[in-house]
Ligand binder design. Sequence first.
Ligand code: ZN
Length: 328
Amino acid sequence: MVIGNCKLEIVNWKLKLRRRALVLLAFVPAVISSAVPASGLERLKRVSDRFYFFQGDFGNPNSGVIVTPGGLVVIDAQWSTAAAADFLREIREVSDRPVRFLVYTHAHADHVSGAHALARGATVVASASTVREMEKRGREMVDALKERTRNQADDLPLVLPALTFSVRAALRIGGVDVVLIDAGRGHSWGDTAVFLPDEGILYAADLVTTNRFPWIRDSSSREWLAALSRLSAETGGPVERVFPGHGEPGGSASIEKTKRLLESIRREVGAALDAGLSTFEAQRAIRLPEFSSLDNYEFRLPPAVGRVYEEMEAEKEGIAPGHSEWAE
Ligand SMILES: [Zn+2]
């Protein structure tokens, strides 16, 4: 399939072009014309000739940029139009090429809400499960983000992807191979990682943690572990440079660390269930010393235990747990 001068090599795709989504791109607020970054920070760092990493401040979401002679591929859209405008301003300091594709790694509002600033003229791409989640809970997640950010997030309609895929999609743009890996349910109800095989770079987004305790609220810890194994299988082994959706860059050890963290919670929660502890008792009792130095450990461990408790209790009864109200 060819979009513009970009070739898409499709492996087991259920390809779908979504015309309705394109209409939403007409909503572009005036704030994107601002030339002065709200933060005043320079956060876009060159990682290789092809890849730049944008690290959100104070744990705000990260993004990535793949620079090719055929245009740019942007990974994740930031949490507001203003934040995305800052990001775009920094992109313009390293390249004046058009954004050809904007990839959403998952549906959480802090990763997609700034798309109005980035998606003009670009094709927005996401996995089918991410699109389903945006359609089902997009509004609810935006409202939750607004509440958490004291209304700094936008009230614009979400930009829904125009192109969806399942399992795996190989994009060749300007001679650069970009592989989209649909890792399935894990941190969210559908997580995608972006792999640059020639650069040894994997943007694993919220599937992977480095220096921050992960957000485990609408996650499935069991499927998250399977998703991490799928990532390793799809990349054909360890990847030198791994980038999370929040916090510091990492390496292949970050994937192993995230696996150990999830396994530790499941082990502790399983023991609590066997001992007959209530959710509240488990949340009070469980500590994970190996991970206590991670940012947000104290704040995020109790809800993570609560979520995994709910999940493992449902596993015992053969019931899939429902959504949580909150999501990062
Ligand atoms: Zn997330």
